[in-house]
Design a protein around this ligand. Sequence first.
Ligand code: 5RP
Length: 227
Amino acid sequence: MSTVKLNAAKSAAKLVPTTGALGLGSGSTVTFFAKELGKIVSTRNADIRVVPSSYQAYQLAIEHRIPLTNLDIDPILELTVDGADEVDKDLNLTKGGGGALLQEKVVASASKKVVIIVDESKLVDRLATRFEIPVEVLPFSLGVVKRKIAEMGILPKIREAQKKMGPVVTDNGNFILDLKFPEPITNPAKVAIDLKMIPGVVETGLFIGMTDEVHVGTEKGSYILKK
Ligand code: 5RP
């Protein structure tokens, strides 16, 4: 699996410009990309800086000596490279497996180009086929948000922390609900809007129409899916 992730990351690294601000996504595949980016910064003497999409991404940037910036200094990003949990035929995504969906979406929205790096297991016909849809929720609103989601016929499950008692608390101090749909989603854009309309839902892990390219790593190399 690490070869596959590395191949996806290397493919995306070819798109890194010589200068500019980039978004750095989160997840295990992005760790391979961050390493490649670190090499580019040191060897090509590229004038690159990144907005990290999570504490994990922040630590990766530090580890690989990639200069940091933020969205106040750089509100327009040349490129964001991030992972995904599912990718459908229209390149819509489910993200948030690592709980970083809110900042990931903000960073993607600031980017001229969004490139997603995955392995083939992430490719599905319809979202919510294998992976539940995460939503980030304001803790104060948890009870009412759960009730409203259940009324939509969707099963909400609070994400429990590992090695800590109680719920996962995101980088933004919120909770995550993982939503189990009765069947894969046919209209993800509508579902994203319906969920986002619930007061207390801070953001959803449905990334609709945001992806420009998906770089799919394989054991032997990689290939690119485009809109
Ligand atoms: C974190 C994410 C990740 O990008 C997503 O979970 C994919 O991670 P991985 O590359 O480890 O499979 O959205 O919130």
